[in-house]
Ligand binder design. Sequence first.
Ligand code: CTP
Ligand code: CA
Length: 224
Amino acid sequence: EASLESKLPLKGTKILITAGPTYEAIDPVRFIGNHSSGKMGFDIANCAAELGASVILVAGPTHCTAKHSSIEIVKVTSAQEMYDACHSRFQNVDVAIAAAAVADYRPKTVATQKIKKAPNNFVVELEKTKDILASFGEIKQKQLLIGFALETENEIENAKGKIQKKNLDLIVLNSLQDHGAGFGNPTNKVTFIDKDFNIEPMELKTKEAVAVDILNKVIAYINE
Ligand code: CTP
Ligand code: CA
């Protein structure tokens, strides 16, 4: 029995994970979105469930499916819906991992009818969405908080800034500079940076293997 227990190092740990893109409506038939596949978040959720965690996965529009029936999936569309779904659950979890590519802006008004084509240019005014991860950082108590950072320049400096601004314990910096890494690809090249600014560059590997690395970090924090 002891050996079985040791194979489930996250038994009793509740983890909230966000995944996928968000879609921000312009009118009933159009939206602003991004290329996130949701795979990274789903791989983390599957791996966490395999390690014995109770997993709540709040996912934007994606074709990914969860492998474990124990994973509670909450499907959302917009950044505001993702924010609401996360906030009603955050207080009850031990760990939150924000892998979603949440839209930073949304159309300020949503047309109730399909917008008709007209001769002139068309301008959509955008307003900021709420930052889900930053809001977790403001209210967190015992929770371990892990975020992602997608950067194309000054990667390390920008990622460190996000750790401080969002009160994170760990950030997973995603490098788009390396061939084969990032959106739509099965692989990621990540660098871990913790709140003391220890920097750990990882090899290019599958998103499943990156998920294992992230959850090994979680296990180490929990056992600290
Ligand atoms: N995030 C979030 N809610 C948002 C925007 C981002 O929870 N409205 C989370 C993402 O899931 C990710 C982290 O914040 O874990 C960083 O996202 P990223 O887009 O890299 O950073 P931003 O803070 O949005 O800044 P910018 O896009 O300007 O680099
Ligand atoms: Ca962003």
